[in-house]
Design a protein around this ligand. Sequence first.
Ligand code: PMP
Length: 393
Amino acid sequence: MLLFEKFSVAREARTALAGAGADPTDVVFDALNSATEGVVKGRTTILAGTNNYLGLTFNKKCIAAGIAALESQGTGTTGSRMANGSYAAHGALEDELADFYQCSNAMVFSTGYAANLGVLTALLGKDDVVLLDSDAHASLYDGCRMSGADIFPFKHSDLQSLERRLVRLKDRTSRSLIVVEGMYSVLGDCAPLAGIVALKERFGACLLVDEAHSVGVYGERGCGVAEAQGVLEKVDFIVGTFSKSLGAMGGFCTSRHDVLGLFRYVSRPFIFTASPSPAVVATTREALRQLRTRPELKDSLWSNARQLYRGLQDLGFELGPKISPVVAVRCKDRESALANWNKLLEAGVYVNMMLPPATPGGASFLRCSVSAAHSPEQIRTIIKEFKNLEGGH
Ligand code: PMP
């Protein structure tokens, strides 16, 4: 069938990955012992490739909140909020998020991906313009494309490139949205938000920041990079996910613009999908409560990040630009990334393999992410197993 011909590329890619040992896109955790330890093919494995920054996935209070919600509200909502009604907890979570961000409005989506599609397609139309950081996540690209707006990518975190794009837009700047992330997920670098805010104000543009990886990680209160850089109240729309620091699933948007309240009536990724299930909402609310009241979680995360970054740096690995809970080890090429990823897994350390085209600059990386729940001993083991890799990184 001609229809299936296009899959030959995917078939070849799968064969190449499987040829190097285990396929990084198909790792199975047969059991989870804790937030930082799983079992892969019978081997106890340190989880160093999650986004479980605060280590809350096995938190007893979060689990108890989920069980209580299952028992009192059932397993699922079985429909969308517009067609089938909201549960009180959806609204309560939105109020808590609005309070956390000190915004008038918050909106919850079923995933972080849906939040980006939902916000961008509601906000942008064919007469609008979006200035998109070139390293932005696929969900931001997809949302921009779906919106029908004109998309002008600018060089990653490059203020001059962004300024040039804005100058060229002339009077279209008042219909333009700048789209960036807080902390970027591959190298752990942060957007220069203070500079971006200055530009958006000068040109009268709007700004959306995806803080998916920075909630609970950056900022004194844990709101993200915008808070850390002192510009939180200048950002027009903040989006984020519940699937990383909050250890659940779902996404959100907060804004100080009342228009966000109208997104519910026009945002198809909000309207045409089932609302988050009671257990997911309950664990998210409890995790958010802990994020807000337990600063020691963020302290442990950063202490672990420093330990891993410095340990790998001392071994001579080429890492991202600065200490971050995402520690990306640059590999010589695709083959060495694949071989070393396999060696680490066989040694009981699971990291993420990041290959082009999904990587900055077309390079290959072994991406480690640190959790507040890692013990210093686990971090030492990760460093030791990197040391055992023979050259080739
Ligand atoms: N935005 C960014 C920057 C992300 O990295 C991700 C997930 N990797 C998402 C959005 C999507 O979030 P979710 O997995 O919760 O759908």
